[in-house]
Structures are given as C-alpha cells and as structure tokens.
Design a protein around this ligand. Sequence first.
Ligand code: SG7
Ligand code: ZN
Length: 258
Amino acid sequence: SGEDFGYDGSIGPSYWGERYRECAGKHQSPININLLHVKQVSLPEITFIGFDDSIDNVHVTNNGHTVLIEVMNEPHPRVRGGPLDGDYVFSQMHFHWGDNDTFGSEDKINHRSFPMELHMVFYKEAYKTMAEAVKHSDGLTVLAFFYELDRHQHPAYDDITIALANVTEPHTSVIMDHPFSFLNILPYDLTRYFTYRGSLTTPPCSEVVIWLDFEQPIRLTHEQIEAFRELRSAHGKITHNFRPIQPIGDRVVFYNID
Ligand code: SG7
Ligand code: ZN
C-alpha cells in the first residue's frame, strides 16, 4: 500500500528515501554519539511539568509500527528549559526495540546499542498543533531514554506489560486500568543528557526534532522487554522497529552536565 513502510526488505529503511524525500536528508536520526566528539555544556535546568501527576484515561495503541501511549485528558504534561526555547506539550510516547537484547535502540553511544529505547514526543506550544509543528525546524522535541537489563522487575512497567498483552494485534487500543505517572517510568537522573538537531526516525523523516538523549538508562528484566516483541504488525510479529544510524554530517552533539 502507498503509505506503508517497514523495517525489512523492499519497504525497509534503505528504501524510505525513494518515497519520502526527507529520509535522504543530511540531518537525519538516529545517530551514533561519539563521546570523544561531544561538546560539554551547562544548559539551563529543564522543567518537567505534570510528570509526577497521576494521569487517568491513558490510551495504549498498537499502530502497526510500535506501541503508543497517549494522554486523553487536559492539561497534558509539558517541558521547558535546557536547549528549548518556549514550552513543548506532550503528544505521545512510544518504543523501539530489537529481536534480542543485544540491540534495538535507535541512537547509539560509542557504537553501543541498548535493547530498547523510549521516545516521549512533544510539540512546540507556539505552533498550537502537532500538524503545524512538524513544518518548523524547532517544532518537536523528543526525550529519549535507553533501557538496560536488570535481574529485578521494574514495578512501574507492570501496567504497560498488561496493556501490551491486550494490543498484540495491529490497530488495537486499550485504556490503562490504573492511573499512570511519567516520572515513575523514567530514570532517577534527568540532569545529564545529550542533545542534537535531527529528524523523525520514521517516514516522513521530517528534520524538525530537538533530540534529548538521557544518559542514565531505565532498567527492565528480559521478560519485560520480551513483552514488546509479542506485538504484531500487518506482516507478523514486530520483532524489531529501529532505524539504522544515519550520518552525523556537520552536526554537533552537546553533552549537558551541571
Ligand atoms: C512511531 O514513530 C510513532 C509515530 C511517530 C514516529 O511510528 O510513534 O507517531 C504516531 C502518532 O504514529 O511520528 C510524528 C511522530 O511522532 C516517529 O517518531 S520518532 O522520531 O520519535 N521515532
Ligand atoms: Zn521513536
């Protein structure tokens, strides 16, 4: 079908540029972050608004490429500060993973892959809507978090695991049966991160994203990550849904530490 893309064969990442011109651009994501080349900075503090709220009516959707977590009630959580100019409003979060625990993240650090990556997508409030924001080079910010393996279960992910089991079929959706808090699923240290200008990692690959990759990973068990690999697309199980790294070109990655 005309709008389709995937991660393998003739609809895989190396073909995206043929149908979606921006996917062949010069400021694409993901990238490898080379720690020898990052520029150390001390940016203003990031303010996370509504991240510790207990949120009801959270929807979990299998969109055929990943699982999306969306907030239906207003006001949505938001972020400001760091490299950002103005407020950015939460749109949705989703995950990228691999066939096994040795890879699956999109960005890499010193060519190290992580088994999974969380993307929290926000649009710039000044642009009012997601549709308008994706037309501007500073339209979106994505807060990215890496996962690593732990022998102990992360209890805040139990509700996500339950929801996953109920959206294994593509284009299905459930409402979480317990309130959800952003802070509970994130790592402890939100002060150390990498930031660079890049793109959406799926078609149309728009170069509109201010990426913030937090240094401290979130720790889950193998079984907790395995639950994501049970999701299905129109073509079978979503065993992997990460785009390969793209050339960094003339870009600089900033490393924020206090
Ligand atoms: C996933 O990644 C979805 C997309 C998302 C895309 O396929 O989460 O979002 C929806 C609503 O389906 O696209 C515009 C957008 O957020 C790319 O997002 S990403 O660059 O953060 N990976
Ligand atoms: Zn993503």
